[in-house]
Design a protein around this ligand. Structure first.
Ligand code: CMP
Length: 147
């Protein structure tokens, strides 16, 4: 099934100038970038994005980190892309991530782990809507040169 997922390149990866290396892996896997942006989240926006983790012990650290610098969110399209991106990025903690995954190769630790990808179709819809307007996505996908 053709799906959209939200991939976010996190501040540790943006700071180390490896946006292109990560995007290269996504495109090499056969996926297409539908929309892309570079933003810095306010602390309150970070809390809203990670609201599902509000009760976790790492919530404060996670929100501090994600709002500490620019990140690069993007909408990625492909067949079964939601599970496909989860496989491509690997386990949350790079020490546990499989060889060849983005987190194994680039992540610094379980918090500064370079990328986030939606873990379900429900979360993909919420997360895409968080970063991108429906109108922007409409304009980017309405013709045969959608790229
Ligand atoms: P992400 O895929 O963005 O989803 C939730 C994030 O919480 C996760 O990546 C990590 O950055 C962070 N996270 C998850 N588990 C832990 C943990 N045990 N300690 C610190 N951060 C964590």
């Amino acid at each position: 099934m053709l799906e959209w997922s939200l991939l976010n390149i996190k501040p540790d990866a943006v700071a180390r100038n490896i946006i292109g290396q990560i995007i290269h892996r996504v495109e090499n896997a056969g996926y297409r970038i539908i929309a892309i942006d570079k933003v810095q989240l306010e602390r309150e926006e970070a809390e809203a994005f990670y609201d599902v983790h509000r009760d976790k012990p790492f919530f404060t650290k996670l929100c501090d980190y994600i709002s500490s610098g620019p990140c690069v969110p993007m909408v990625v399209e492909g067949e079964e892309v939601i599970q496909g991106l989860r496989d491509l990025i690997g386990a949350t903690d790079p020490a546990e991530a499989a060889p060849g995954t983005i987190r194994k190769d680039f992540a610094l630790n379980g918090t500064q782990n370079s990328v986030h990808a939606s873990d379900s179709s429900e979360r993909a819809a919420v997360e895409i809507n968080f970063f991108f307007s429906r109108h922007k996505l409409y304009l980017l996908t309405r013709n045969e040169y959608r790229g």
